[in-house]
Design a protein around this ligand. Structure first.
Ligand SMILES: [Zn+2]
Length: 145
């Protein structure tokens, strides 16, 4: 990925993706984001500002949506998440732990490493739906903190 992201920023991108594309809506409301993540309005507003600054999120009249670049970064996050998670599970790590670790490292691992891991694990199926899994890991991380 050609953009610096934290796992928390990735959480927001995936959530906005699920709230818009996943539900057939054009935009996600900040209140909906705040409610889903259990984050304050101020926290959500600050994070959305950071994502807008990076050109990943666009402000609409009634909410926010992912920019074209935001969508492609989000798709890349989901691919990275699934790839790392799958590789860890093949090594015997259970799904919850694999998911938790994948969320932490998916934003920093080199693209070439992801490509390699993906090639090596391609014959194995995914344990779960990518977007749902990644979103659940975001919510679990919040409950732990
Ligand atoms: Zn996961």
């Amino acid at each position: 990925m050609d953009v610096d992201l934290t796992p928390e920023m990735a959480d927001y991108l995936v959530l906005i993706y699920v709230l818009t594309y996943g539900k057939g809506h054009r935009y996600a409301k900040p209140t909906e984001i705040s409610r889903t993540l259990g984050a304050s309005k101020a926290t959500v507003s600050l994070m959305l500002k950071k994502l807008r600054f990076r050109g990943l999120v666009v402000k609409e009249r009634d909410g926010v949506s992912l920019s074209q670049r935001g969508v492609s970064v989000c798709v890349s996050i989901l691919r990275r998440h699934a790839t790392i998670e799958k590789a860890l599970m093949m090594l015997g790590v259970d799904h919850d732990k694999a998911c938790e670790v994948a969320r932490k490292i998916e934003v920093v691992v080199d693209e070439s490493v992801i490509d390699l891991v993906e090639r090596e694990t391609v014959e194995f199926g995914l344990p779960c739906d990518k977007a749902t899994c990644r979103l659940e890991s975001a919510l679990k991380a919040r409950r732990r903190s």
